[in-house]
Design a protein around this ligand. Sequence first.
Ligand SMILES: [Zn+2]
Length: 287
Amino acid sequence: MQLWLCLALAMLASPLQAADRLNVVASFSVLGDFVRNVGGERVNLTVLVGPGSDVHVYAPTPSDAKTIAAAQVLIINGLGLEGWLPRLLQSSGGKAPTIAATAGIAALKAGSDSDPHAWQSVANARVYVANIRDALASAAPADAGFFRDRAERYLAELDALDREVREAIGTIPSERRKVISTHDAFGYFAVAYGIAFIAPLGVSTETEPSARDIARIIGQVMGARIPAVFLESLSDDRLVGRIAAETGAKIGGTLFSDSLTDEKGDAPTYLAMVRHNVKALTSALAR
Ligand SMILES: [Zn+2]
């Protein structure tokens, strides 16, 4: 084949140029995964709080302001999760529409605040994905059909995941469906799937429990005969270890709540995160 033809074919087959793709910024890793599933190669995605980092206490960098200034769509969780965002938005001078992926979800209350961890119910994850699909489609109408097709496929996977979670939790004897976890990240999971999560910390990873809190929790674990305590990937494990040691409850492994892992970890995607958590719960709580 002649060289010029090879070059022409190579150009036709090459992926979209960066300039043709929609610049999307997602605030944290779970949203990034949803955007990737809907947007595929038609979006140029940047995730501000990457795998293994804590979105509650994130400290934005100067380069984040530049990223936001260049964004065409900004996808956030909302419900107060990204407390650091308003200042960053202001300093960036960015004009991209900011879309709260939780729009339309009935928020649970945690004290006087809304509980932001809505993605832990797979039914809510479907709302996130629909909101992201609509945001991408209105920012890039020419690709709307592409985004809708991909969203439809991914929504079907979420449906299947939701059924899978219900079946798995259904195998746990009902009197054993209770665990201790380190921060209140599983309220939506608890309501959706019927497992009681008792959390020694408040909703945010910022708060430290007092000695009195710990004594109260230990009393609670023993009184309610809670079979297992769980670690969370971003929290201080010493507390849970101490509760387990003093109550005889089993340590059920690590649950992922607020962050995905990198490719090599146990939860590189939302689907993998939910499956990992459900497996950890069912194996710790089975009789
Ligand atoms: Zn959290």
